[in-house]
Design a protein around this ligand. Structure first.
Ligand SMILES: *Cc1c(COP(=O)(O)O)cnc(C)c1O
Length: 403
Protein backbone atom coordinates (compact mmCIF):
# COMPACT_ATOMS: atom_id res chain seq x y z
CA UNK A 1 0.00 0.00 0.00
CA UNK A 2 1.22 3.50 -0.82
CA UNK A 3 2.12 5.08 2.50
CA UNK A 4 1.27 8.55 1.21
CA UNK A 5 -2.37 7.70 0.61
CA UNK A 6 -4.23 7.36 3.87
CA UNK A 7 -6.41 4.31 3.90
CA UNK A 8 -10.09 5.07 4.33
CA UNK A 9 -11.57 4.15 7.67
CA UNK A 10 -12.98 0.67 7.54
CA UNK A 11 -16.11 1.55 9.48
CA UNK A 12 -18.87 3.32 7.58
CA UNK A 13 -20.31 6.38 9.27
CA UNK A 14 -23.77 7.70 9.78
CA UNK A 15 -23.85 11.19 8.30
CA UNK A 16 -26.35 12.29 10.94
CA UNK A 17 -24.07 11.98 13.96
CA UNK A 18 -21.96 15.10 14.49
CA UNK A 19 -20.90 14.54 18.08
CA UNK A 20 -21.54 12.20 20.98
CA UNK A 21 -21.91 13.35 24.59
CA UNK A 22 -19.98 11.46 27.26
CA UNK A 23 -23.20 11.15 29.23
CA UNK A 24 -26.75 12.37 28.59
CA UNK A 25 -29.07 11.93 31.56
CA UNK A 26 -32.01 13.39 29.60
CA UNK A 27 -32.37 10.17 27.67
CA UNK A 28 -33.11 8.33 30.91
CA UNK A 29 -35.20 11.03 32.55
CA UNK A 30 -37.40 12.35 29.76
CA UNK A 31 -39.41 9.14 29.19
CA UNK A 32 -40.28 9.03 32.91
CA UNK A 33 -40.64 12.79 33.45
CA UNK A 34 -44.30 12.74 34.51
CA UNK A 35 -43.81 9.86 36.89
CA UNK A 36 -40.82 11.62 38.48
CA UNK A 37 -42.80 14.84 38.89
CA UNK A 38 -45.74 13.06 40.51
CA UNK A 39 -43.37 11.37 42.94
CA UNK A 40 -41.76 14.74 43.80
CA UNK A 41 -45.20 16.34 44.27
CA UNK A 42 -46.19 13.61 46.71
CA UNK A 43 -43.22 14.53 48.89
CA UNK A 44 -43.99 18.24 48.66
CA UNK A 45 -47.57 17.53 49.73
CA UNK A 46 -46.42 15.33 52.62
CA UNK A 47 -44.02 18.05 53.84
CA UNK A 48 -41.77 15.30 55.15
CA UNK A 49 -38.46 16.26 53.57
CA UNK A 50 -35.75 14.31 55.40
CA UNK A 51 -35.86 10.56 56.06
CA UNK A 52 -39.46 9.48 56.78
CA UNK A 53 -41.71 6.98 55.04
CA UNK A 54 -40.43 7.41 51.46
CA UNK A 55 -36.84 6.82 52.60
CA UNK A 56 -38.01 3.82 54.64
CA UNK A 57 -39.74 2.16 51.70
CA UNK A 58 -36.81 2.93 49.38
CA UNK A 59 -34.44 1.33 51.90
CA UNK A 60 -36.48 -1.87 51.77
CA UNK A 61 -36.41 -1.89 47.98
CA UNK A 62 -32.67 -1.23 47.90
CA UNK A 63 -32.00 -4.05 50.36
CA UNK A 64 -33.99 -6.38 48.16
CA UNK A 65 -32.19 -5.19 44.99
CA UNK A 66 -28.80 -5.77 46.65
CA UNK A 67 -29.71 -9.11 48.22
CA UNK A 68 -29.15 -7.95 51.81
CA UNK A 69 -31.29 -7.92 54.92
CA UNK A 70 -30.86 -4.16 55.51
CA UNK A 71 -30.23 -0.94 53.62
CA UNK A 72 -29.65 2.43 55.29
CA UNK A 73 -29.95 5.71 53.40
CA UNK A 74 -27.44 8.51 53.89
CA UNK A 75 -26.32 11.74 52.23
CA UNK A 76 -23.63 10.47 49.79
CA UNK A 77 -21.40 7.57 48.84
CA UNK A 78 -18.55 9.29 50.65
CA UNK A 79 -20.61 9.46 53.85
CA UNK A 80 -21.58 5.81 53.37
CA UNK A 81 -17.86 4.91 53.50
CA UNK A 82 -17.30 7.12 56.56
CA UNK A 83 -20.37 5.71 58.34
CA UNK A 84 -19.33 2.11 57.58
CA UNK A 85 -15.83 2.64 59.01
CA UNK A 86 -17.25 4.44 62.08
CA UNK A 87 -19.80 1.66 62.67
CA UNK A 88 -17.01 -0.92 62.60
CA UNK A 89 -15.02 1.10 65.13
CA UNK A 90 -12.17 1.86 62.75
CA UNK A 91 -10.14 4.94 63.61
CA UNK A 92 -6.76 6.25 64.79
CA UNK A 93 -4.05 3.58 64.94
CA UNK A 94 -5.79 1.36 62.39
CA UNK A 95 -4.57 0.54 58.90
CA UNK A 96 -7.08 0.00 56.10
CA UNK A 97 -5.95 -1.71 52.90
CA UNK A 98 -7.45 -0.36 49.70
CA UNK A 99 -6.93 0.28 46.00
CA UNK A 100 -4.95 3.25 44.70
CA UNK A 101 -6.93 3.16 41.45
CA UNK A 102 -10.33 4.55 42.48
CA UNK A 103 -12.24 7.77 43.10
CA UNK A 104 -10.65 9.86 45.85
CA UNK A 105 -13.47 9.27 48.36
CA UNK A 106 -12.42 5.65 49.00
CA UNK A 107 -9.19 6.77 50.65
CA UNK A 108 -10.49 10.15 51.80
CA UNK A 109 -13.05 8.40 54.01
CA UNK A 110 -10.34 6.23 55.61
CA UNK A 111 -8.32 9.34 56.50
CA UNK A 112 -11.45 11.19 57.71
CA UNK A 113 -12.10 8.57 60.41
CA UNK A 114 -8.46 8.88 61.54
CA UNK A 115 -7.15 5.62 60.07
CA UNK A 116 -4.24 5.14 57.66
CA UNK A 117 -4.86 4.03 54.07
CA UNK A 118 -2.49 1.32 52.87
CA UNK A 119 -2.47 1.18 49.08
CA UNK A 120 -1.72 -2.08 47.30
CA UNK A 121 -1.48 -2.73 43.60
CA UNK A 122 -4.30 -3.78 41.28
CA UNK A 123 -4.82 -6.73 38.99
CA UNK A 124 -3.93 -5.22 35.60
CA UNK A 125 -6.69 -7.14 33.86
CA UNK A 126 -9.69 -6.11 35.97
CA UNK A 127 -8.33 -2.81 37.45
CA UNK A 128 -9.46 -4.18 40.86
CA UNK A 129 -7.34 -4.73 43.97
CA UNK A 130 -5.05 -7.79 43.84
CA UNK A 131 -5.84 -10.21 46.72
CA UNK A 132 -2.22 -11.46 46.89
CA UNK A 133 -1.03 -7.87 47.34
CA UNK A 134 -3.65 -7.37 50.05
CA UNK A 135 -2.47 -10.39 52.00
CA UNK A 136 1.17 -9.28 51.72
CA UNK A 137 0.30 -5.86 53.20
CA UNK A 138 -1.40 -7.13 56.37
CA UNK A 139 0.24 -6.01 59.62
CA UNK A 140 -0.71 -6.10 63.32
CA UNK A 141 -2.47 -2.77 62.78
CA UNK A 142 -4.60 -3.82 59.81
CA UNK A 143 -8.29 -3.48 60.72
CA UNK A 144 -10.14 -3.65 57.41
CA UNK A 145 -10.03 -4.10 53.66
CA UNK A 146 -11.93 -1.72 51.37
CA UNK A 147 -12.18 -3.32 47.92
CA UNK A 148 -13.64 -1.15 45.15
CA UNK A 149 -15.81 -2.69 42.42
CA UNK A 150 -14.33 -0.40 39.82
CA UNK A 151 -16.32 0.71 36.77
CA UNK A 152 -19.11 -1.77 37.70
CA UNK A 153 -17.30 -5.10 38.03
CA UNK A 154 -16.79 -6.87 41.34
CA UNK A 155 -13.36 -7.24 42.90
CA UNK A 156 -12.25 -10.81 43.65
CA UNK A 157 -14.55 -11.09 46.67
CA UNK A 158 -14.16 -14.86 47.29
CA UNK A 159 -10.40 -14.38 47.73
CA UNK A 160 -10.72 -11.13 49.67
CA UNK A 161 -13.37 -12.36 52.12
CA UNK A 162 -11.36 -15.52 52.75
CA UNK A 163 -8.25 -13.43 53.53
CA UNK A 164 -10.34 -11.20 55.81
CA UNK A 165 -11.77 -14.23 57.64
CA UNK A 166 -8.33 -15.77 58.20
CA UNK A 167 -6.92 -12.53 59.60
CA UNK A 168 -10.03 -11.29 61.46
CA UNK A 169 -10.44 -8.18 59.30
CA UNK A 170 -13.59 -6.24 58.43
CA UNK A 171 -14.58 -5.84 54.77
CA UNK A 172 -16.24 -2.64 53.54
CA UNK A 173 -17.20 -2.83 49.88
CA UNK A 174 -16.97 0.40 47.92
CA UNK A 175 -19.83 -0.54 45.59
CA UNK A 176 -20.54 3.06 44.51
CA UNK A 177 -20.10 2.13 40.82
CA UNK A 178 -21.56 -1.35 41.00
CA UNK A 179 -25.24 -1.45 41.94
CA UNK A 180 -26.70 -4.65 40.48
CA UNK A 181 -23.33 -6.18 39.60
CA UNK A 182 -22.79 -9.78 40.71
CA UNK A 183 -20.03 -12.33 41.07
CA UNK A 184 -21.00 -16.02 41.17
CA UNK A 185 -24.58 -14.75 41.27
CA UNK A 186 -24.03 -12.77 44.47
CA UNK A 187 -24.61 -8.99 44.31
CA UNK A 188 -22.22 -6.16 45.10
CA UNK A 189 -22.76 -4.99 48.66
CA UNK A 190 -23.74 -8.42 49.96
CA UNK A 191 -20.21 -9.86 50.32
CA UNK A 192 -18.60 -7.73 53.00
CA UNK A 193 -19.66 -6.57 56.45
CA UNK A 194 -21.05 -3.42 54.85
CA UNK A 195 -21.59 -2.26 51.25
CA UNK A 196 -21.38 1.44 50.35
CA UNK A 197 -23.33 2.95 47.46
CA UNK A 198 -23.60 6.40 45.92
CA UNK A 199 -26.72 7.94 44.38
CA UNK A 200 -24.73 10.70 42.65
CA UNK A 201 -26.49 11.59 39.36
CA UNK A 202 -23.94 9.87 37.09
CA UNK A 203 -23.98 6.52 38.92
CA UNK A 204 -26.09 3.72 37.45
CA UNK A 205 -28.84 4.62 39.93
CA UNK A 206 -28.62 8.37 40.43
CA UNK A 207 -30.67 10.94 42.32
CA UNK A 208 -31.18 14.60 41.30
CA UNK A 209 -28.44 15.59 43.70
CA UNK A 210 -26.32 13.86 46.31
CA UNK A 211 -27.38 10.72 48.11
CA UNK A 212 -26.08 7.35 49.20
CA UNK A 213 -26.89 4.20 51.13
CA UNK A 214 -25.35 1.25 52.92
CA UNK A 215 -26.18 -2.44 52.83
CA UNK A 216 -25.54 -5.10 55.45
CA UNK A 217 -26.83 -8.46 56.64
CA UNK A 218 -25.91 -7.64 60.22
CA UNK A 219 -28.86 -6.22 62.19
CA UNK A 220 -26.58 -4.80 64.90
CA UNK A 221 -24.48 -2.92 62.31
CA UNK A 222 -27.63 -1.68 60.57
CA UNK A 223 -28.85 -0.24 63.87
CA UNK A 224 -25.51 1.46 64.50
CA UNK A 225 -25.53 2.95 61.00
CA UNK A 226 -29.06 4.33 61.55
CA UNK A 227 -27.87 5.94 64.76
CA UNK A 228 -24.57 7.22 63.37
CA UNK A 229 -26.32 9.08 60.52
CA UNK A 230 -28.30 11.14 63.07
CA UNK A 231 -25.42 12.18 65.37
CA UNK A 232 -25.54 8.91 67.28
CA UNK A 233 -29.06 9.59 68.57
CA UNK A 234 -30.63 6.40 69.93
CA UNK A 235 -33.97 8.23 70.02
CA UNK A 236 -35.22 11.00 72.29
CA UNK A 237 -31.92 12.93 72.09
CA UNK A 238 -30.12 10.12 73.83
CA UNK A 239 -26.56 10.06 72.40
CA UNK A 240 -24.47 7.04 73.30
CA UNK A 241 -21.78 7.96 70.77
CA UNK A 242 -20.98 10.80 68.41
CA UNK A 243 -22.08 10.32 64.83
CA UNK A 244 -22.45 12.69 61.91
CA UNK A 245 -25.34 14.37 60.09
CA UNK A 246 -25.88 12.29 56.98
CA UNK A 247 -29.52 11.76 56.15
CA UNK A 248 -31.16 10.96 52.83
CA UNK A 249 -33.65 13.56 51.52
CA UNK A 250 -37.19 12.35 50.88
CA UNK A 251 -37.16 14.19 47.52
CA UNK A 252 -34.08 12.25 46.42
CA UNK A 253 -35.59 9.00 47.72
CA UNK A 254 -38.81 9.65 45.78
CA UNK A 255 -36.81 10.18 42.57
CA UNK A 256 -34.61 7.15 43.16
CA UNK A 257 -37.66 5.00 43.88
CA UNK A 258 -39.04 5.75 40.40
CA UNK A 259 -35.64 5.20 38.79
CA UNK A 260 -34.99 1.92 40.64
CA UNK A 261 -37.85 0.34 38.70
CA UNK A 262 -35.95 1.09 35.45
CA UNK A 263 -32.54 0.01 36.71
CA UNK A 264 -32.63 -3.56 35.31
CA UNK A 265 -33.53 -2.21 31.85
CA UNK A 266 -30.87 0.53 32.00
CA UNK A 267 -28.27 -2.02 33.11
CA UNK A 268 -29.24 -4.24 30.19
CA UNK A 269 -28.77 -1.28 27.82
CA UNK A 270 -25.29 -0.53 29.25
CA UNK A 271 -24.34 -4.18 28.76
CA UNK A 272 -25.71 -4.12 25.23
CA UNK A 273 -23.65 -0.98 24.48
CA UNK A 274 -20.55 -2.75 25.80
CA UNK A 275 -21.17 -5.74 23.52
CA UNK A 276 -21.72 -3.40 20.59
CA UNK A 277 -18.37 -1.69 21.22
CA UNK A 278 -16.73 -5.12 21.17
CA UNK A 279 -18.42 -5.92 17.85
CA UNK A 280 -17.40 -2.58 16.32
CA UNK A 281 -13.80 -3.02 17.49
CA UNK A 282 -13.75 -6.49 15.94
CA UNK A 283 -15.30 -5.18 12.72
CA UNK A 284 -12.42 -2.75 12.15
CA UNK A 285 -9.72 -4.89 13.77
CA UNK A 286 -9.09 -2.29 16.47
CA UNK A 287 -9.01 -5.06 19.07
CA UNK A 288 -6.12 -6.73 17.23
CA UNK A 289 -3.55 -3.96 16.85
CA UNK A 290 -2.38 -3.85 20.46
CA UNK A 291 -2.79 -0.05 20.64
CA UNK A 292 -6.20 -0.24 22.27
CA UNK A 293 -7.69 -2.92 24.50
CA UNK A 294 -11.28 -3.43 25.52
CA UNK A 295 -12.18 -3.75 29.20
CA UNK A 296 -11.75 -7.26 30.56
CA UNK A 297 -15.07 -8.80 31.58
CA UNK A 298 -15.08 -11.74 33.98
CA UNK A 299 -17.17 -14.64 32.72
CA UNK A 300 -18.26 -15.65 36.25
CA UNK A 301 -19.97 -12.37 37.05
CA UNK A 302 -22.14 -9.59 35.75
CA UNK A 303 -20.46 -6.26 34.91
CA UNK A 304 -22.86 -3.28 35.05
CA UNK A 305 -20.60 -0.83 33.14
CA UNK A 306 -20.90 2.35 35.13
CA UNK A 307 -17.89 3.16 32.95
CA UNK A 308 -16.47 1.59 29.81
CA UNK A 309 -12.72 2.12 30.22
CA UNK A 310 -10.34 1.10 27.47
CA UNK A 311 -6.60 0.93 27.71
CA UNK A 312 -4.72 3.03 25.19
CA UNK A 313 -1.13 1.83 25.35
CA UNK A 314 0.52 4.87 23.74
CA UNK A 315 -0.18 8.63 23.85
CA UNK A 316 -3.44 8.27 25.75
CA UNK A 317 -3.67 12.01 26.47
CA UNK A 318 -3.19 12.81 22.79
CA UNK A 319 -5.89 10.32 21.79
CA UNK A 320 -8.20 11.88 24.40
CA UNK A 321 -7.54 15.38 23.07
CA UNK A 322 -8.13 14.34 19.46
CA UNK A 323 -11.33 12.45 20.25
CA UNK A 324 -12.71 15.50 22.06
CA UNK A 325 -11.71 17.77 19.17
CA UNK A 326 -13.76 15.50 16.89
CA UNK A 327 -16.82 15.75 19.13
CA UNK A 328 -16.45 12.46 20.99
CA UNK A 329 -17.16 12.85 24.70
CA UNK A 330 -14.61 10.85 26.68
CA UNK A 331 -12.68 11.17 29.90
CA UNK A 332 -10.04 9.59 32.13
CA UNK A 333 -10.87 7.69 35.32
CA UNK A 334 -8.43 8.26 37.05
CA UNK A 335 -5.41 10.23 35.89
CA UNK A 336 -3.49 10.13 39.20
CA UNK A 337 -3.39 7.01 41.38
CA UNK A 338 -4.18 7.89 44.98
CA UNK A 339 -0.79 6.87 46.43
CA UNK A 340 0.74 9.71 44.36
CA UNK A 341 -1.80 12.40 45.33
CA UNK A 342 -0.15 15.45 46.98
CA UNK A 343 -2.34 15.14 50.11
CA UNK A 344 -0.95 11.64 50.75
CA UNK A 345 2.73 12.59 50.33
CA UNK A 346 3.26 12.06 54.06
CA UNK A 347 2.40 8.37 53.60
CA UNK A 348 5.73 8.06 51.75
CA UNK A 349 4.75 6.32 48.49
CA UNK A 350 7.00 6.84 45.45
CA UNK A 351 6.35 6.66 41.72
CA UNK A 352 7.02 3.13 40.46
CA UNK A 353 5.94 1.50 43.71
CA UNK A 354 2.50 0.36 42.48
CA UNK A 355 3.26 -0.13 38.79
CA UNK A 356 -0.02 -1.64 37.62
CA UNK A 357 -2.07 1.18 39.15
CA UNK A 358 0.29 3.75 37.64
CA UNK A 359 0.09 2.10 34.22
CA UNK A 360 -3.72 2.03 34.43
CA UNK A 361 -3.75 5.75 35.30
CA UNK A 362 -1.65 6.41 32.18
CA UNK A 363 -3.68 4.21 29.84
CA UNK A 364 -7.35 4.30 30.90
CA UNK A 365 -9.81 6.10 28.62
CA UNK A 366 -13.57 6.00 29.24
CA UNK A 367 -15.98 6.09 26.28
CA UNK A 368 -19.73 6.95 26.41
CA UNK A 369 -21.76 3.97 27.67
CA UNK A 370 -24.95 5.56 29.08
CA UNK A 371 -28.40 4.02 28.46
CA UNK A 372 -29.89 5.61 25.35
CA UNK A 373 -26.59 5.88 23.47
CA UNK A 374 -27.39 4.83 19.89
CA UNK A 375 -25.67 2.34 17.62
CA UNK A 376 -24.91 5.18 15.16
CA UNK A 377 -23.26 7.17 17.94
CA UNK A 378 -21.14 4.18 18.96
CA UNK A 379 -20.09 3.76 15.35
CA UNK A 380 -19.06 7.45 15.27
CA UNK A 381 -17.01 6.95 18.45
CA UNK A 382 -15.21 3.82 17.22
CA UNK A 383 -14.62 5.12 13.68
CA UNK A 384 -13.01 8.29 15.01
CA UNK A 385 -10.95 6.30 17.50
CA UNK A 386 -9.80 3.97 14.74
CA UNK A 387 -8.89 6.92 12.57
CA UNK A 388 -6.86 8.57 15.34
CA UNK A 389 -5.09 5.40 16.45
CA UNK A 390 -4.22 4.43 12.89
CA UNK A 391 -3.18 8.02 12.11
CA UNK A 392 -5.06 8.06 8.82
CA UNK A 393 -6.32 11.63 9.08
CA UNK A 394 -5.10 15.00 10.27
CA UNK A 395 -5.94 16.37 13.68
CA UNK A 396 -9.47 17.45 14.46
CA UNK A 397 -10.98 16.29 11.18
CA UNK A 398 -14.07 14.44 12.25
CA UNK A 399 -14.83 11.51 10.01
CA UNK A 400 -18.53 11.51 9.20
CA UNK A 401 -19.26 9.87 5.90
CA UNK A 402 -18.79 6.47 4.43
CA UNK A 403 -15.78 6.27 2.17
C1 LIG B 1 -18.86 8.07 43.36
C2 LIG B 1 -17.93 7.29 44.17
C3 LIG B 1 -17.76 7.52 45.55
C4 LIG B 1 -18.37 8.69 46.27
O1 LIG B 1 -19.71 8.87 46.11
P1 LIG B 1 -20.35 10.33 46.36
O2 LIG B 1 -21.81 10.06 46.38
O3 LIG B 1 -19.91 11.19 45.23
O4 LIG B 1 -19.85 10.84 47.66
C5 LIG B 1 -16.91 6.69 46.25
N1 LIG B 1 -16.26 5.69 45.64
C6 LIG B 1 -16.38 5.45 44.34
C7 LIG B 1 -15.62 4.31 43.73
C8 LIG B 1 -17.20 6.25 43.55
O5 LIG B 1 -17.29 6.01 42.24
Amino acid sequence: MNADVPSPPSLPFSASVQSVPFIDLKRMHEPIHDELMRSIEDVVRSQQFVLGSVVCSLEQQLAQACGTAHAVGCASGTDALILALLALGIGPGDEVITSPFTFFATAGAIVRVGARPVFVDIDPQTFNIDPAAVEAAITRRTAAIVPVHLFGQLADMPALTSIADRHGLAVVEDACQAIGATLHGRPAGSWGDVGCFSLFPTKNLGAFGDGGFLTTNNAHLAGRLRQLRVHGDAGGYNHQFVGINSRLDALQAAIVQVKLRRLPEWTRLRQQNARRYAELFAECGLDQGGEVSLPFVRSDGEHVFNQFSLRVSRNRDDVLRQLRARGVGCTVYYPTPLHLQPCFASLGYRPGQLPFAEQAANEALALPIFPGLTAAEQRFVVANLEDIVRGTAGDAQPVRHAA
